[in-house]
Every structure is written in C-alpha cells, then in structure tokens.
Write a new protein. Sequence first.
Length: 319
Amino acid sequence: MRKKTAVLLSATLVAAAGIGLAAATFRSGHESVLRVANQKGQVKAMMIASGVLDGAPYTVEWSEFPAAQPLLEAVGGGAADLGLAADAPFIFAYQSRSPVKAIAVQAPANQAAQALAILVKTASPIRTPRDLVGKSIATTRGSIGHHLLLQALERANIPADKVRVTLLPPGDAKAAFDSGAIDAWATWTPYTNVAIKEGARVVVDAKDYGLPLYIDIAHADSIAPKRALLADFLKREAQAVAWARAHPDQFAQVLAKETGLPLDIARASFDRSNRVSRPIDAGIIAHEQAITQRFQKAGLTDGKRDVAQAFDTSFADNH
C-alpha cells in the first residue's frame, strides 16, 4: 500500500470536519490513512454518492473484492483495516482464527425477497429443499449463501453431506450455473438480481429464514492505533446509509458506475440490501452463536472461539 505523509491536525480542523472525531485526535507521526476493503461497490458507492467523506481529515484507500471471503482474508491478513461483510462469513473467519473484530452491526431494513437465495434454472425439476438431495450446489465457502444452504437443509432434516457442495467464487459459480455444470447456486445480491433477470428461479429465499446481518469488521491490531479514524468512518458510513435510503435512485446511478452493473440491477440491489444500524447486544451474539453451531455441525469449523469475544462494543456511540 502506498504510504502517505502523516499530518498534524489541530482541534480547529477536526471541528471543521463537522462530524467530530473521537477525543484522541491525530498526532504528528500517526499515519492518517484508513484502508477499507469494499465488496462489489457496497460501501464505497454509498460514501461517494453521499459525499460524506468530503473534508475527512484522513485518506481512505479502497480495495475491491467480489465476495466476503477474499475481503475478510485482506482484513484478517492486515492488508486492510476495515471492511463490511455479512455475519456468516465474518463468524466463519473468526472461528478460523482470523484476527478480526466486529465493531458495528447493520441489519436489513426489511425482509426483501431475492436478496439471498438458492437458485435453479427455470426448467429444473428442483422445487423444494428436499429436491436438493444428491444434487450439486455451488456457493462460496463460509458465505451467506453457504449458510443459507445449511439452514435450508436443517429445516428439511437433511444431513449436510446429502448434497454435493461445490465451493466457488461468485464469478466461477455463475459460469458453472450458466453452463449447467451445477444444479443450483446459493448466492446473494447483486448476483441473484442478474441471474433472475436472466431466467433463474428461486427455490429457497432467505426472506423466509431471516436475512443476514452486516458487520463492520476491523483487523484487531488496527483498532488501537486507528481508533479515531475507525470511529469517524463509522459515523460517516451511518450518514451515507441514511442518505442512500433517502436517495435510492441517485445512489443506484453511482453504484452502477462503480460496479458496471446495469442501472436496473443496481437499483434492485439497493432495495434488497437497504440496512440500518443495530446495537451489539445479547440477541446479536446469540444469532452469531447459532451460525457458529451450524458451521460446526457441518464440520466446517471447530467453533471453539468465544463468540462474545468477536465483538468490540467500544464503538457503540459512533454510529
């Protein structure tokens, strides 16, 4: 990552930012760069469209990822300080001993259809989760799609080893789905939007299971030295989310430009991922514990790390 010269910011300049950094303002010698991992335009597009980063007394260096797994690898590996991902991949990474911490939580504003789903081709004989037995389903390891598949099998009392799971990144999964190399695909917006537009059919919809939470995830070692930057970014992110909710069409235009998605797909993607801040409470931790147990039962993690320790609640007043 390109280094930038650290700058001395006075109390006057911090106040002028209009958003109020934490009391521990930047000091000479403190690198004023926040490295943010971004998934498919999500956070970056909101921040750009809303203009909330204008005047920020630090530089944001963005890195782009097609899915949560490589994003979390970047954050866990120390290549990024912060990134937003859904709860299942976060807890999967945490239980895989990644040095990551959840510092803020967002929940979907509504139970939107087709935001996360198991898809099949229109002519497929698969109609219910029971029909998935013996079939091949593509998803990304530890993803919300992977977790949805486990939930669907659990509800239908089907052991996880009764289906053939093909672990692929989204781009490769789409190619396999389009070619007929797999029977079904467990994925999320905007991939669901594109596939459905091209004729895919939903077999399992996450709106019937409770949509996933979204989590701001920091590298554990970035929290202390970059606390002021992280706290400020969370405030600006909350403003950006509120702005996007009030200006969905303007946001969709920026999202389309950032990701290359058609405008109608970008607009539908927002409708299916519109979210609001949630406090980190016992309910959130219990929800993540249930995900841990599901992955553990499927033999994907040992689930030995304390889920409560995955959360840093010290940023609670910053969003």
